[in-house]
Design a protein around this ligand. Structure first.
Ligand code: ACO
Ligand code: ZN
Length: 413
């Protein structure tokens, strides 16, 4: 029997689920529900990212009268498990929290409502994996109100029932995303597909809804025509089908024409593939495309905390490598040309690396013994990047099909 009742919006102390330290964190109650005769509370931890929101029971909550035993964000706040966080991520989390409120002030009431909403779907099954959902996603009708959503990893059709999902998996005719194969690494079993939002509208809308489960602050769900979607897949040979089977790892979207010079709009790696270097591989693809186009690019803002840490890591790795491999110190313009990274992003990265000095009212790159060490360390961090020789792509209308491998599935459904 539940004796203690907490009110919506009440500030409380809550013992986080699966937290081995057993102390309490400051939180706020956003919602309540009845589950098998028990009252459950939807908790948002005050100083932590929204992806740590959870339903919890009365037993885990105490009134906000004593501040003893409160845990502040320290080493574990990645929302996926108990992995340690880097210092830079902790710092970036703080700035993203500040940005959260700035952004919410700016956007309209309707969108604001969506951002503030509690998680509507708790779990998702995709392919062979069961994942915890991080954020609200506006799946239509009944699909937006289920405990678990089932998603076909090939066509991204979403289903609310396990039986329907099992049957669909047996009969789904698609084994790869509905677009052009632009990259295939047979040694690493990795491939990229370019999917046109105007041609495979339903697939791209489903991808955006899936992506929103792990991505805050993004509003694109249905208006997919102005974008290309670059989808990274792992593949393996399927004996039964006598062909390769492609498993979606993550993607990034790119505006067909960006007046702001963005070369990447949304970036997402599914949680079970995260922290293996795939985020940086997707980022490196976005810059390879920019280099082919001859236009330096930058990601659309705001970046999420994880997006920021990934971009910073990519930029410093690539720039460190360029500096170490150059016979003489390059100019910032040279770096931009070679990497596809905008001048502004180059300068901020060089600053972080301690390689920038003022000179006659301007800024120049300068490297000393200390920064050399830092550069060497950073240059080793780019593990899985795109190999240019395997990329077969030309800007927009002149897309080259991958030799001998391209199958002719150009539209979805
Ligand atoms: N905690 C600490 N560091 C992390 C974490 C984490 N949870 N996740 C990634 N990193 C660091 C890695 O250590 C690595 O840095 P290092 O090489 O210097 O050690 C760097 O980030 C990149 O790691 P990858 O393994 O290449 O990236 P991953 O495959 O995990 O994908 C991504 C990164 C795409 C941001 C993923 O976390 C994700 O999909 N998050 C949810 C959606 C999101 O936030 N997308 C970005 C939005 S911004 C935008 O769309 C423009
Ligand atoms: Zn399917």
């Amino acid at each position: 029997m539940n004796i203690i009742r907490f009110k919506i919006n009440e500030k409380v102390l809550c013992h986080k689920h699966e937290d081995p330290e057993g102390s309490y964190r400051e939180a706020r109650i956003l919602d309540t529900r009845e589950n098998n005769g028990n009252t459950e509370y939807y908790i948002r931890y005050t100083e932590y990212n929204k992806r740590l929101d959870e339903w919890t029971t009365t037993n885990n909550i105490i009134r906000y009268s004593s501040k003893e035993n409160i845990i502040r964000p320290t080493t574990k706040e990645d929302g996926i498990g108990q992995r340690k966080m880097t210092r830079s991520l902790r710092q970036s989390n703080v700035s993203m929290l500040e940005k959260d409120s700035e952004i919410n002030d700016k956007i309209g009431t309707q969108e604001n409502e969506i951002f503030q909403r509690t998680k509507n779907i708790q779990n998702v099954t995709i392919g062979d994996y069961d994942l915890n959902v991080w954020y609200f996603s506006p799946y239509p009708g009944e699909y937006g109100h289920v405990e678990r959503l089932y998603i076909c990893e090939h066509c991204l059709k979403y289903m609310s029932k396990a039986n329907t999902y099992i049957k669909h998996r047996e009969h789904c005719p698609y084994h790869f995303p509905p677009g052009l194969l632009i990259y295939k690494d047979d040694k690493k079993h990795l491939a990229f597909f370019e999917v046109d939002g105007a041609e495979a509208k339903m697939f791209c809308q489903s991808l955006c809804l899936l992506s929103k489960m792990f991505l805050d602050h993004k509003t694109l769900y249905y208006d997919v025509e102005p974008f290309y979607f670059y989808i990274l897949c792992e593949f393996n040979y399927n004996e039964q089908w006598k062909s390769d089977d492609y498993h979606i790892v993550g993607y990034f979207s790119k505006e067909k024409a960006s007046p702001d010079g963005y070369n990447l709009s949304c970036l997402m790696v599914l949680p079970h593939y995260q922290r293996k270097g795939y985020g940086k591989m997707l980022i490196s693809m976005s810059y390879e495309l920019s280099k082919i186009e001859g236009i330096p690019g930058s990601p659309e803002k705001p970046l999420s905390d994880l997006g920021l840490v990934s971009f910073k890591s990519y930029w410093s790795g690539v720039i460190a490598e360029e500096l170490l491999n150059s016979t003489e110190i390059p100019s910032i313009e040279d770096l931009t040309l070679k990497t596809g990274i905008t001048k502004e992003d180059c300068v901020s990265t060089l600053d972080t690396l301690g390689c920038i000095s003022p000179y006659r009212g301007s800024q120049i790159i300068s490297i000393n013994q200390n920064t050399m060490e830092k550069l060497r360390k950073k240059s080793l961090e780019n593990k899985v990047l795109v190999k240019k020789e395997l990329l077969h792509w030309k800007p927009h209308s002149v897309v080259v099909k991958y030799p001998n491998v391209m199958q002719t599935l150009r539209t979805y459904c």
